[in-house]
Design a protein around this ligand. Structure first.
Ligand SMILES: [Zn+2]
Ligand SMILES: [Zn+2]
Length: 285
């Protein structure tokens, strides 16, 4: 049967595969929910050989943070930053963090996440790529994200504000909101609250978010402090659940631990079968 909507998405996926730089997809994390532990405590390392968790972890797969999929020290469930966020903002963090791809420093895909929002000369091709990647991912894997966050589907959209004092709406909001049929909840930064750490008072959110389930989007995740501060602002304004979808989880290959992870990643064109929140990730933390 002719399905015009399916055909349209196929056209976008084909375009993504041919016109977008290779991405480093983030696949489902091998650590199951039963092995979640408080920040800083040993986790997956205690899994007995032959257990379901061990069986689900392909040999040689890199150890990654259960929250942000960044590199971690062996035996830990979360990276240092995500562990710290758990201490600074308990009960106020996002219910799910889903990176679409890794943004490996020095690659074309990572460069596009900057070029699309260049103040003076935004790149048209980077803007098209970022828009197509986000919309296609949400179409293909939105239900995985919502399930992972414990929501039926989001009822509001929010975008992590840019931290550089740039005037106007965040570039990602201006680029994508016309295509996302969700009412917008605006976030703004309180004066003087710039910083590198999680700060639950850095941003404030419109009250329109009360009792809402929110899709919170951002282009890059470096430490996650901005995105989690924005999630905290939404929760403080009454949001029920918050799901963060981020286009690129930053990795710097020059950093030893990230370098080990990068060495095990395989770049490729957008693949609709890969996602960091497939059903086995129905985890709460
Ligand atoms: Zn992390
Ligand atoms: Zn998925």
């Amino acid at each position: 049967m002719f399905a015009p909507e399916t055909e349209s998405w196929d056209i976008v996926r084909r375009w993504l595969r041919s016109a977008m730089p290779a991405v480093y997809p983030v696949e489902a994390n091998p650590v199951p929910p039963s092995h979640l532990s408080p920040p800083g405590s040993p986790a997956a390392a205690s899994t007995p050989p032959g257990s379901p968790a061990a069986a689900s972890t392909p040999p040689g797969s890199p150890a990654v943070c259960l929250i942000c999929r960044g590199p971690i020290r062996p035996g830990l469930a979360r990276c240092y930053q995500c562990g710290r966020h758990g201490l600074l903002g308990p009960g106020l963090l996002a219910d799910a963090v889903v990176p679409i791809s890794y943004a490996v420093k020095g690659t074309a895909a990572a460069a596009d996440l900057w070029r699309y929002k260049s103040w003076r000369t935004p790149s048209a091709s980077a803007r098209a790529g970022v828009l197509a990647l986000l919309l296609t991912f949400l179409h293909d894997h939105g239900p995985c994200v919502w399930r992972h966050a414990g929501m039926a589907s989001p009822s509001r959209l929010a975008v992590v504000p840019t931290g550089c004092g740039r005037p106007g709406p965040p570039p990602l909001l201006e680029l994508t909101s016309p295509y996302l049929r969700l009412p917008l909840t605006r976030l703004a930064m309180r004066p003087g609250r710039q910083g590198r750490d999680l700060d639950i008072q850095r941003f404030y959110a419109e009250r329109t978010v009360a009792r809402a389930d929110v899709l919170l989007i951002d282009d890059s995740w470096v430490s996650g402090a901005s995105a989690q501060s924005a999630a905290a602002a939404l929760k403080l304004a009454g949001a029920r659940r918050v799901a963060i979808v981020v286009l690129g989880r930053h990795l710097d290959p020059a950093s030893p631990r990230a370098g080990q992870l990068v060495a095990q990643l395989r770049p490729g064109p957008y693949d609709p079968s890969k996602c960091a929140a497939h059903p086995q990730l129905d985890q709460r933390w």
